[in-house]
Design a protein around this ligand. Structure first.
Ligand SMILES: Cc1cc2nc3c(=O)[nH]c(=O)nc-3n(C[C@H](O)[C@H](O)[C@H](O)COP(=O)(O)OP(=O)(O)OC[C@H]3O[C@@H](n4cnc5c(N)ncnc54)[C@H](O)[C@@H]3O)c2cc1C
Length: 517
């Protein structure tokens, strides 16, 4: 119980495994005598999921902390910049759209602009009025210039990347620069210690590998937390219906086609199509509810979507991959000396790209709160479970919000989504509250949440929700809001005049690289 925790064994070499290993190894000494040992075991027989191409801005600080050059990352992972999501046809299916940018509304921490924007809602969209980033999105502009240092920005950003290349890139960096031990072998057995902890795992060629802490990053197989410990699964399909995805890679229309720095999410009859632009190709996929749509119809929708990009005959023969998933998460994530990260912990659906962000946050907490000995592990585990259950709830509420505000009537999928019996607990109440006051810093627990109130504002007002506050604001507050609106106009103009397009910036990075920090 009092022996120092030294050996961390991570099972699984997808994005979850390599991010977790990298985050831990970048923070702690892996010196053979006094440091910890981080070993990652991955099977050559079980492929990684191969999707997950949109990140949050958190990825910038994650990569930076791991000592990664942003230029190397961008070039080796075929990555480009992501500034948020553009939602098309979610509200009325009439080619309307709105933006959820990564930048907070102007002056958000001092003033809530939402009530001051409401009287002008028919004249200007919420995102356009309060933030410069939707303006950049309309022109496919980059969030920075070639002279901006690595990881710095003019507009907040994350990335669009090639998932396969990303895991390989992290592996190379982790093994070469962070001292991570890499074993390619299949884990066939989990061996228990007397106290119920995992003592070791048995691999086919490397025998038993023992450890003090085991991190389950084995994807949907979840061989440690689910299979060995039988930690129950909490299904969420009754709230968020999507359980299937079809994915395809397509070339750009022409080699110099614009690269969008917003994930385009286009609502369909029974789900939505994601469209992620990388420098060399686009990753497109339809995520849908199998209870509302057949695979054949979904496939036809996806082929129709890519037809304008690559032409009819190419669209008909493109190779499409089906991925099934069961939306939900484990009842707890840390049990005994085992913690699950990534798909092994759960997955809801790709909307708003929460999975990689949750991996980063999980790995960060494991690393920062790494128990000194086994004695304190259960205390850390308890805190971890409380925090992450809260985060999953926040994600579920936020994702469901995208669906319940839709006015679409073209299928049962949209009607069922508005049925209150499928709402997560609390959402109905919040919607009543938001009719008279907009989301803001109201409940004092923002740090534990995944999405800030600003994100709720972008979705609510993008989807045409109306907040009618009966109270009039003081005149000096209105003047301050006018100042912020005017500053946003000025700032947007300045950035539009100064920034290159994404394609121009990526081409320059290939030539010169970004200045090092
Ligand atoms: C359709 C879809 C779209 C998505 N889009 C996004 C997105 O845009 N943004 C985002 O953040 N997330 C997205 N995700 C989620 C994202 O793909 C995953 O969270 C991420 O890739 C992490 O996966 P993973 O590493 O947990 O699992 P995997 O990639 O499945 O890796 C599992 C690893 O475990 C190993 N393994 C399994 N069994 C054994 C064994 N017995 N012995 C040894 N090793 C074993 C495998 O070899 C593999 O290395 C999406 C998911 C889906 C399904």
């Amino acid at each position: 119980m009092h022996k120092p925790l030294k050996k961390i064994v991570i099972v699984g070499g997808g994005s979850a495994g390599w991010l977790t290993a990298g985050i831990i190894a970048a923070e702690h000494s892996t010196d053979a005598v006094s440091g910890i040992e981080v070993t990652l075991v991955e099977s050559a027989d079980v492929p990684t999921i191969g999707v997950g191409e949109g990140t949050w801005p958190t990825m910038r600080s994650t990569l930076k902390k791991m000592g990664i050059s942003e230029t190397d990352f961008l070039l080796e992972c075929d990555a480009s910049f992501k500034q948020g999501t553009k939602f098309i046809n979610w509200q009325t299916n009439t080619n309307e759209y709105y933006y959820h940018p990564f930048t907070l509304p102007r002056g958000f921490n001092e003033t809530n602009l939402a009530p001051f924007w409401q009287p002008f809602r028919d004249k200007i969209s919420f995102a356009d009025a309060v933030c410069m980033q939707s303006h950049l999105g309309e022109h496919d502009y980059a969030p920075k210039q070639i002279s901006t240092a690595e990881y710095d920005f003019s507009a907040n950003y994350g990335y669009h990347l090639d998932a396969g290349k990303f895991a390989f890139f992290l592996q190379k960096h982790g093994v070469k620069n962070l001292g991570i031990k890499h074993i390619v072998d299949h884990v066939g057995q989990v061996n228990a210690a007397e106290n119920g902890d995992i003592a070791s795992i048995t691999t086919q060629q490397h025998g038993d590998i023992s450890g003090d802490l085991f991190i389950d990053c084995t994807g949907t197989s979840s061989i440690l937390l689910a299979k060995h410990y039988s930690v129950p699964f909490v299904g969420k399909k009754h709230i968020l219906f999507n359980d299937s995805a079809l994915a395809v890679h397509v070339p750009h229309q022409t080699p110099d086609s614009p690269i969008s720095s917003f994930t385009c999410s286009t609502a369909q009859t029974a789900g939505w199509v994601w469209d992620i632009a990388l420098p060399s190709r686009r990753g497109v996929g339809y995520t849908y509810s199998s209870a509302h749509l057949s695979d054949e119809k979904a496939e036809q929708t996806l082929r129709n979507y890519i037809t304008p990009i690559i032409g009819k005959s190419a669209a008909q023969v493109s190779s499409i991959r089906k991925i099934g998933f069961n939306p939900g998460h484990r009842e707890k994530f840390w049990h005994k000396n085992c913690v699950a990260v990534g798909l092994a912990a759960g997955f809801i659906e790709p909307l708003e790209a929460t999975a990689l962000a949750l991996i980063e946050l999980s790995a960060k907490m494991i690393s920062e709160q790494l128990p000194a000995t086994r004695q304190t592990m259960d205390i850390v585990a308890k805190q971890f479970n409380i925090k992450f259950l809260h985060r999953w709830d926040n994600i579920i509420e936020f994702l469901k919000l995208h669906y319940v505000l839709s006015k679409r009537v073209d299928s049962d999928y949209w009607r069922d989504n508005r049925d209150e019996t499928h709402f997560p607990e609390g959402l109905q109440e919040q919607l009543i509250l938001w009719k008279t006051q907009s989301p803001y810093h109201y409940d004092g627990d923002e740090a534990g949440k995944m999405f800030p109130p600003a994100s709720f504002q972008y979705i609510l007002y993008g989807m045409g929700f109306i907040t009618n506050s009966a109270r009039k604001k003081r005149i000096d507050l209105s003047k301050n809001a006018d100042r912020l609106f005017n500053e946003n106009v000025k700032h947007s103009r300045q950035l539009l005049a100064a920034l290159p397009t994404n394609r121009e910036l990526i081409n320059k990075i290939k030539q010169y690289g970004l200045p090092k920090i």
